[in-house]
Design a protein around this ligand. Structure first.
Ligand code: AMP
Ligand code: ZN
Length: 115
């Protein structure tokens, strides 16, 4: 996807503070963090959203979770963190390239949603 900002981060065409990269995926720091640690894990292949993932994407999606969790701990989230995927209009997804947020830091996070 030529106009996708996360494809451009994956290819290196635009800079990001990368924490991990291999053939399938990248983990980088969110440019507008909501907590001391805010990492995004993305597949290199363009998948528009979680709702667009196909059975053949399951392996890389597992890698995103496992590697992102390892990096969250390595970046200081030793006592836990929050993992979030916003999907589509209702989920208030802003960037339409599948990404998993890993959010944490020393303090307990606020409740996920207000009741
Ligand atoms: P979402 O609402 O789940 O689509 O979140 C998109 C996230 O991407 C937001 O937290 C943004 O701060 C983040 N973001 C957007 N552009 C960049 C960028 N160039 N580098 C790093 N993070 C970005
Ligand atoms: Zn993309």
């Amino acid at each position: 996807m030529s106009d996708c900002i996360f494809c451009k981060i994956a290819s290196g065409d635009i800079p990001a503070k990368k924490a991990f990269e291999d053939d399938d995926m990248v983990v980088f720091h969110d440019i507008n963090p909501v907590a001391p640690v805010h990492l995004l894990a993305i597949p290199k292949r363009h998948i528009a959203s979680l709702a667009d993932a196909r059975p053949e994407d399951a392996l890389v999606m597992g890698k995103l979770l496992q590697t992102g969790a390892r990096l969250a701990v390595e970046h200081g989230c030793t006592d836990g963190f929050r993992t979030l995927v916003n999907t589509g209009r209702v989920g208030r997804q802003e960037v339409y390239h599948l990404h998993i947020h890993f959010v944490g830091g020393p303090d307990v996070l606020p409740p996920m949603l207000k009741r």
